[in-house]
Design a protein around this ligand. Structure first.
Ligand code: CO
Length: 296
């Protein structure tokens, strides 16, 4: 047996602030200037944290998607969503919505009535995961889990804690089923924490720190709040605490290695497929959100 190779940091990107949707502020490490994607990840948005006053909260009204998946993870606040496939729900703190847009869906993502009326904190993530050509037009699918349904685990020293949204860590496996092999984990690391996560060597791995700072790899490269570390080749990620508590996302996925034709909410393989996506959206072939009287 050969010794597993620890992945070291190859490059660090700093997130930039940007306005999205109807005007909410995101911290966006990806895309970055000169970097359209980190195959298979197309976008990483940290929404907030922001403190809304009453009447101030905003979201993303009706818009389409085709050809990829949107993964929404709420840390604070509430996001109400509706879509053209008839789903409606509220993502609460700790909850995840893994939406496979596939062949096409129209959805809205807005703050809940109580957040809108009373104000409050909002914080979360939206990540876009690309789909391979063979799955771009798959039937839209939707998985929603609340905080209690997300498996968690801690190391025996109590210094590392993980919420396993996708993939496996510390002997536990995610409840969400992904179409391609994706790792999506929310790690909390105390000073002195030192943990290893096995990752398939075919996967590209990323670490995004969103609180405090952490050290990555045997080299212990310091990754700070708002920074995205791109890890190099290897069989496992080693995450370590620094001198303050840290929180980070560990992401990994197998690069698709396919051409990407991307415009706004559509991510296809060719310009012709992009034109078709716009035509299908404009002619109503992606459906519409059927709204009845609002309840709650
Ligand atoms: Co959307």
């Amino acid at each position: 047996m050969t010794t597993p190779k620890v992945r070291e940091t190859e490059k660090i990107l700093s997130s930039h602030r940007q306005l999205e949707g109807a005007g909410f502020i995101v911290r966006r490490p990806l895309p970055a200037p000169g970097l359209a994607a980190l195959d298979p990840f197309l976008l990483i948005d940290e929404m907030g944290p922001v403190e809304y006053r009453p009447g101030e909260a905003v979201g993303a009204p009706d818009h389409p998607h085709r050809g990829f998946e949107t993964v929404t993870y709420v840390l604070e606040g509430e996001v109400v969503h509706e879509d053209s496939a008839g789903h409606r729900g509220t993502i609460k703190p700790g909850g995840v919505q893994w939406m496979t847009a596939g062949g096409g869906i129209i959805h809205s993502e807005t703050p809940s009535a109580s957040v809108l009326e009373q104000g409050g904190r909002a914080h979360g993530f939206q990540i876009w995961v690309n789909l391979p050509a063979r799955l771009k037009l798959t039937r839209p699918r939707y998985q929603e889990l609340d905080a209690q349904q997300i498996p968690t685990a801690s190391t025996s020293d109590g210094l590392s804690h993980v919420k396993i949204i996708a993939g496996a860590a510390l002997g536990k496996r995610a409840a969400i089923d992904t179409l391609t092999p994706i790792v999506y984990q929310d790690w909390s690391l105390q000073p002195g924490a030192d943990v290893q996560v096995a990752l398939d060597s075919a996967q590209r791995a990323l670490v995004y720190v969103f609180q405090g700072s952490a050290r990555v790899g045997d080299e212990g490269t310091l990754v700070k709040d708002g920074q995205l570390a791109i890890l190099g080749e290897g069989d496992l990620a080693r995450l370590r605490g620094a001198d303050e508590p840290a929180r980070l996302l560990l992401l990994a996925g197998v690069p698709l290695g396919e051409p990407v034709a991307r415009y706004g909410p559509f991510v296809m393989n060719t310009q012709q497929e992009l034109r078709q996506a716009f035509a299908d959206y404009q002619s109503g072939r992606m459906g519409e959100i059927t709204r009845t009287a609002q309840v709650g």
